[in-house]
Each structure stands twice: as structure tokens, then as C-alpha cells.
Design a protein around this ligand. Structure first.
Ligand code: ATP
Ligand code: MG
Length: 570
């Protein structure tokens, strides 16, 4: 292709609405344009990348026995009502105003179960793997970050239909491995974390994550990748806190200037791990005291699991005083004003003595506390947020990094929630009826593209790899306006590389070399082939790797080989 006649509207300026590198670069490199909030048009260069991703998805889904569907985006609302998801998805579900009874599908579990109900009759019809690459609609409350979170986006969604839990496990495992191959082939640096099954029901799910400073999720990742978990559930090893000798009784002491754990440490010389920090919540309408070790932060997701409810909130200052008798900073588990106040504690404090905690009297603390001896602890739980640098598994385990991440894929053992609701059943060998066991598996197609750019760019532009790049090589002709020799050589090279099966963009524009180099770096195809009079006089051309920035002179007749080598290394 010739640059002069190809539609690649590059921009020099960073568009003001784009906050993150992938969004900025997709706009600047002429890949996509915003049409409305969370709605993007893909231009030819961007769509070329999307198509490459879709090809990889198709190959890997076909390889595990997936059969490709194409289901409509317009769905009858009754089907969605039967599973309760009209209410559940609430404002995220797009409704059609001038055609009552239709919604825009945000995903397709319902429609898959609907068709399964029509045609799957017996265990002999199972298992099935059904997939599609299709547009989804979700009225995301805060679409931002470009195509990473769109209101309309393309998803590869697949569904396993099985007669037995073992069948589901096998289909899930196939998907897990296929997802690893897909993200590896795309060149993403990814990891997976076990996720809670959330609102969907069923058991077992994993999220595939890409490390990125602009991710919405926080994950804890072992430095050797042997452990990864969402921060909501992440655990770590912390050194056990030894008991102090003796069995001294509790003793009140004045701490007029100690409002925080750090004050106790600094002003009273108390080691951090001997401080039992009090956090007061109102849970289910009742006050709850939560004891944490030192400056450990309370993890609300862990608290939700410990209490088996999400109905809680931090207590307000007046509630602190009314229930404990003191203001924040002097609260503790002993002598609470409200004797019915529940107290739970983090596991790190279990069995520990010699602790210091507030005396529920402003400016006073107790020392020598042995929680099991001196307080009534209802239960002990892991309630803390893990911290960067802590170890996994034991004192010699790898250290944790706490990173931001973007979810690119999700695999999920659904179970029978949707098949039951839509009566998608099959008959077993004995003629008994059962709901089909389902799994659901999603990958965001545009999200792969954006995540790749997040991980592969520099200040000049994108750095494509061979798998996703829209063009393999860009021929940069120097002075093409004046030099007939350069033009002829470029055209010859273009023909030669194309004949060898490479996708070539020849920059034949009458622009300055500076402009051409800038655009070549911005577009970021793996190889640039620079053709100029001076080098041609010596029978040479220059190849440049976009990944390493290294340039190399090569004999004109070896250009193809040199390009191929750099492409393979991209
Ligand atoms: P998120 O937590 O990011 O909203 P989700 O849990 O809603 O994701 P799923 O319903 O599991 O996502 O969808 C499967 C995949 O579809 C996700 O892993 C992601 O790659 C992609 N995806 C989900 N929502 C969007 C969106 N609004 N824009 C682009 N891709 C999306
Ligand atoms: Mg979502």
C-alpha cells in the first residue's frame, strides 16, 4: 500500500479527552475515533489489528472444538426477565424505546440457554462448545480509558454445555489453556487470578489480567509469578508475633498525645506489632469493633466474607463516642461503654500478649493486654490488606508486588443458574431430566488491542509485534519527491517484499524525512526500511527495529532477509 493514498489520519497533538497511553496512541495513530461517550469507530488501521486478534481467537477456539455462532444483539426482554437479569443489570442494560420488548444484549448466556433448550434433548447431545465474536452493549456508568471500557464493544464469548460436573471441569480447563495460548500469541504479559463468582452464581472462576498502571483492579503478584491474587482476597506470610514472657495484668497509662498507631510507636516506644488498632463499623445496624495489628489496613472485601454481608460502613464520630466512651485514637476492646458491642480480630493478633490498645477513655491506653485473657473476641479472621514486599508462603517465600491491572478475560463455571431459569434440560441415560451444566468464557477484543499498546509503547508511539501489527514493514523513502532513484528502489522493494507475503506500507508522500520518521515511529510497525540516495549509491539500505530502535545497513539484495529477521524478533 502507498501511504499517499491510504487513510491514516495521524495526529501530532495528544487529544485532550484521552488520558491513558493506549487511548492517546490509538487516536494519534489513526486507529480509532470517538463517536460518543464510550463509543468508538475503528478506522482501517485499527480494524486491521482487531481482525488479527479475531483470527487468533477463532483459531484457538476452533482448536478446542468450539463451533462459531453469530447471535443477534437485539434480544427479546422476556428471556432476560426469566433469569432475573433485567433487574440485576438495571441501568447497564440498554432498552429500546420505540420497540417495547427488545433489549440490546450485554452478553449471551440467556440466548445460548434458549437455543440449548430448543435442541439439546439428551446426554448424547452433550458436550458442546459454542462461541461467537460479536458486539455487546453495556451502558457502563463511567466509560473512560478509551476502548478499554466501551458502551459498545466486541467480545469473544463462549459457552460450554455439559451433562456432568466433570464435563464442565474439562471444558473449563480447555478454555483456561486456550486463553493462555491466545494471550501469549498476542504478546501480552499476563497473569491469572482466581476470582469470586460474584453475582453470576456457580463455582470457580478465573480472571486473566494484564499488568498496567492504568488498570482499575489491584492485584498482588509474587515476584516469581508463583502466586497472583486480586487484592480483595490476597494473603501473605507475616512473621509470627512472639508472646512476651510473664503474665502481667493490664495496666492503664496516659497517652495524651497519642492519636494514631504511629504516635504510640514514636512517642511511647511501643513496637508496631504490639499495637492493637481499633476500627469501628456499623454492621447490620449494630456497632462492631474490629482489631487490627499495628498499621494493618482493614480489607472490606475480607470483612464482607467474614460477616457474610456487605451491609456495613465505618462508624461516625458520634457513634464511636456513644458505643465506646472515647473518641477515635483511644478506643479498645476492654471496658466498652456499650457492653453488647461485638468484637472481632485479625488473625495476626491471635495468641499474642503484651498488647497496647485504647482504654475507651480519651487520652488513656491499656498495656499488657492478652486478648484471649482480657477481652471477649467473637471470632478471628484474616482481615488485612497485604502489603508490597511481604512474602508468600513462608519466611523464604518470594516477595509480593502490588500492581494495578486490567482484566482481559474471564472464565467461569456457571453451573445451572441459566439453564434452570430457562428450562434448558436434558435426559440422562435413565431418562431422568437435569438442567444443562454451563460454563461461560469472555475476552474483550478491543481490550486486547488497548492492553497490548499499554504494554508496548514509548514516548514516540506504538511498538507492534508481528502477531498484531497492521503492517509488517514501513518503507520510508527519503526525498521521494526529487529522487527518481529512490522512488524506483522503493517501488522495487515494495514489490519484492509483498511478493514474499509481507504486508508493506510504502511512505511515498512528498514529506520531509523528519515527518516520515515521526509517523513511522508513531504507527510503530515492527520494521522500518529506510531508502535514501546516499546508501543506494553503496548498494545499501537501512533497516530499523521499532522494538529496539537499532538501525543496521544491509546490502540492497539482502533487504528481505534483514526485514524478516527483525520481524521475527519483534
Ligand atoms: P469489568 O469488570 O471490566 O467490567 P466484566 O466482569 O464486566 O469486566 P465480563 O462480563 O466477564 O466482564 O466480560 C468478559 C470480557 O469482556 C472482560 O474480561 C473484558 O475483556 C471485556 N469487557 C467487559 N466489559 C467491557 C467494556 N465495557 N468494554 C470493553 N471490553 C469489555
Ligand atoms: Mg463490567
Amino acid at each position: 500500500m502507498r501511504y499517499s493514498t491510504t487513510f491514516i489520519p495521524t495526529l501530532k497533538e495528544v487529544p485532550s479527552e484521552a488520558q491513558i497511553p493506549s487511548h492517546q496512541l490509538m487516536i494519534r495513530a489513526g486507529m480509532a475515533r470517538s463517536l460518543a461517550s464510550g463509543v468508538y469507530s475503528f478506522l482501517p488501521l485499527g480494524y486491521a489489528v482487531v481482525k488479527k486478534v479475531m483470527q487468533i481467537l477463532r483459531e484457538e477456539m476452533d482448536a478446542i472444538g468450539g463451533q462459531e455462532f453469530h447471535l443477534p444483539a437485539l434480544n427479546p426482554i422476556e428471556i432476560w426477565e426469566q433469569t432475573g437479569r433485567v433487574a440485576e443489570m438495571d441501568d447497564v442494560l440498554f432498552h429500546i424505546k420505540n420497540r417495547e420488548g427488545l433489549v440490546l444484549a450485554p452478553t449471551h448466556e440467556e440466548i445460548i440457554a434458549y437455543h440449548a433448550r430448543q435442541h439439546i434433548k439428551s446426554y448424547k447431545d452433550l458436550p458442546q462448545i459454542w462461541y461467537q465474536i460479536q458486539t455487546k452493549f453495556r451502558n457502563e456508568p463511567r466509560p473512560r480509558s478509551g476502548v478499554l471500557r466501551g458502551r459498545q464493544f466486541v467480545m469473544k464469548d463462549s459457552y460450554t454445555l455439559d451433562a456432568t460436573p466433570e464435563g464442565l471441569d474439562a471444558g473449563y480447563e480447555k478454555h483456561r489453556l486456550a486463553y493462555e495460548r491466545i494471550f501469549t500469541r498476542c504478546g501480552l504479559n499476563f497473569f491469572s487470578v482466581g476470582a469470586s463468582s460474584g453475582a453470576m452464581g456457580g463455582s470457580g472462576s478465573q480472571e486473566f489480567m494484564v499488568e498496567s498502571d492504568h488498570g482499575e483492579d489491584t492485584c498482588a503478584l509474587a515476584e516469581d509469578n508463583s502466586y497472583a491474587a486480586n487484592i480483595e482476597v490476597a494473603t501473605s506470610w507475616t512473621p509470627p508475633i512472639e508472646r512476651v514472657p510473664g503474665d502481667d495484668a493490664i495496666e492503664k497509662f496516659a497517652t495524651p498525645a497519642a492519636k494514631t498507631i504511629n504516635d504510640l510507636i514514636e512517642k511511647h516506644g511501643i513496637p508496631e506489632e504490639r499495637c492493637a488498632k481499633s476500627v469501628v463499623y456499623i454492621a447490620g445496624g449494630e456497632p462492631l469493633l474490629i482489631l487490627m495489628c499495628g498499621n494493618d489496613e482493614l480489607n472490606e472485601e475480607k470483612l464482607a466474607r467474614a460477616l457474610d454481608t456487605t451491609q456495613f460502613r465505618p462508624a461516625e464520630e458520634n457513634e464511636l463516642l456513644a458505643n465506646t466512651g472515647a473518641h477515635g485514637g483511644s478506643i479498645g476492646p476492654i471496658g466498652l461503654k456499650n457492653p453488647k458491642m461485638r468484637v472481632i480480630a485479625d488473625l495476626r493478633l491471635k495468641g499474642v500478649n503484651g498488647l497496647v490498645s485504647g482504654a475507651n477513655e480519651d487520652g488513656q491506653h491499656y498495656r499488657n493486654i492478652d486478648l484471649e485473657r482480657d477481652a471477649t473476641i467473637e471470632s478471628w479472621h484474616d482481615l488485612r490488606v497485604v502489603r508490597e514486599g511481604e512474602r508468600v508462603g513462608g519466611p523464604d517465600g518470594p516477595r509480593l508486588r502490588v500492581v494495578r491491572a486490567i482484566e482481559i478475560g474471564h472464565i467461569f463455571k456457571l453451573g445451572t443458574k441459566y439453564s434452570k431459569a430457562l428450562n434448558a434440560v436434558f435426559l440422562d441415560e435413565n431418562g431422568r431430566e437435569h438442567p444443562i451444566i454451563m460454563g461461560s468464557y469472555g475476552i474483550g477484543v478491543e481490550r486486547i488491542v488497548a492492553c497490548f499498546i499499554e504494554q508496548n509503547h514509548d514516548e514516540l508511539g506504538i511498538r507492534w509485534n508481528a502477531a498484531l501489527t497492521p503492517y509488517d514493514v514501513q518503507i520510508v523513502g527519503m526525498n521521494t519527491k526529487k529522487s527518481e532513484t529512490v522512488r524506483a528502489a522503493c517501488e522495487e522493494l515494495e514489490a519484492e517484499l509483498q511478493a514474499a507475503g509481507l504486508k508493506v506500507l510504502y511512505d511515498d508522500r512528498p514529506a520531509s524525512p523528519g515527518v516520515k520518521f515521526k509517523d513511522a515511529d508513531l504507527l510503530g510497525f515492527p520494521v522500518q526500511l529506510v531508502v535514501g540516495d546516499k546508501n543506494l549509491d553503496n548498494g545499501q539500505v537501512e533497516v530499523k527495529s521499532r522494538k529496539t530502535g537499532e538501525r543496521e545497513l544491509t546490502a540492497r539484495e539482502n533487504a528481505l532477509e534483514a526485514v524478516r529477521k527483525l520481524l521475527a524478533a519483534s
